[in-house]
Design a protein around this ligand. Structure first.
Ligand SMILES: Nc1nc2c(ncn2[C@@H]2O[C@H](COP(=O)(O)OP(=O)(O)O)[C@@H](O)[C@H]2O)c(=O)[nH]1
Ligand SMILES: [Mg+2]
Length: 229
């Protein structure tokens, strides 16, 4: 809506376009975070293009847009697939400011990538001046069970500490790929509702308010056979 009648005066009021909408569709800005090599690009490309790329250039940082129907409502998802080792540059802080939800990805085959997530979360919280930014902890490469260094329980424990949902995924098998992107949208929607209620001091419910409360900290575990070679 760009113009409306100003209450009581009959004069039109200009409403600036809301960057969160595109052609009437709500656009959710999602950022992939995590150490290099954990599968951020593989997950993104599986979600957007339904392909598994074994050799995606690790230096490529790109943004993708994908339409998705979540809980019966169509939305647009802007996914920023980040790259590079140094997560504390000014540019990184900029997209951390612009992102609405963050998929924090580690590889279950690399303990260091798991430990790194605390640093990523601290940076997001610092940059956003808040500690309830929508995030999901994602343990990728769960198809490589023989090379596993991080247990499911450890992943679950970190998500509990972060007070966020947890998923184990496999970009190679397309396991839980759509689920993480859909769930982060629900997390953003819940945060918007919390912020709105705090601002208005009301208890308004959204129209798209399926109860996902027991998903928080929930586990969707990979139980497929290993395809490690
Ligand atoms: N087996 C297996 N390999 C994966 C998975 N996800 C990514 N990879 C591989 O891990 C490597 C790094 O993935 P990439 O998406 O480039 O990582 P990024 O640096 O985080 O973007 C690539 O060789 C991928 O093919 C997965 O779920 N399972
Ligand atoms: Mg990449």
């Amino acid at each position: 809506m760009s113009a409306a009648k100003k209450r009581g005066t009959g004069l039109p009021v200009y409403h600036p376009p809301d960057a969160r909408f595109q052609n009437g569709n709500r656009v959710y800005k999602i950022v992939m975070l995590g150490q290099g090599g954990v599968g951020k690009s593989a997950l993104t490309l599986q979600f957007v293009m339904h392909t598994f790329q074994e050799d995606h250039d690790p230096t490529i940082e790109d943004a993708y847009q994908k339409r998705a129907v979540i809980d019966g409502t169509p939305f647009l998802l802007d996914v920023l697939d980040t790259a590079g080792q140094d997560e504390f540059t000014a540019m990184r802080e900029q997209y951390m400011r612009g992102g609405e939800g963050f998929l924090m990805v580690y590889s279950v085959t690399e303990k260091r990538s798991f430990k790194e997530l605390r640093r990523f979360r601290e940076t997001v919280n610092r940059v956003r001046h808040c500690n309830d930014v929508p995030i999901i902890v994602v343990g990728n490469k769960c198809d490589l069970s023989a090379r596993r260094e991080v247990t499911t329980e450890e992943g679950q424990g970190l998500a509990k500490e972060f007070n966020c949902p947890f998923f184990e995924t496999s970009a190679a098998l397309r396991l839980n790929v759509d689920e993480i992107y859909h769930e982060i949208v629900r997390c953003i929607q819940k945060k918007e509702l919390r912020d709105y209620n705090e601002k208005e001091g009301s208890s308004v419910q959204t129209t798209n308010n399926k109860d996902t409360s027991n998903r928080s900290g929930g586990l969707l575990c990979c139980s497929r056979p290993q395809t490690d070679s």
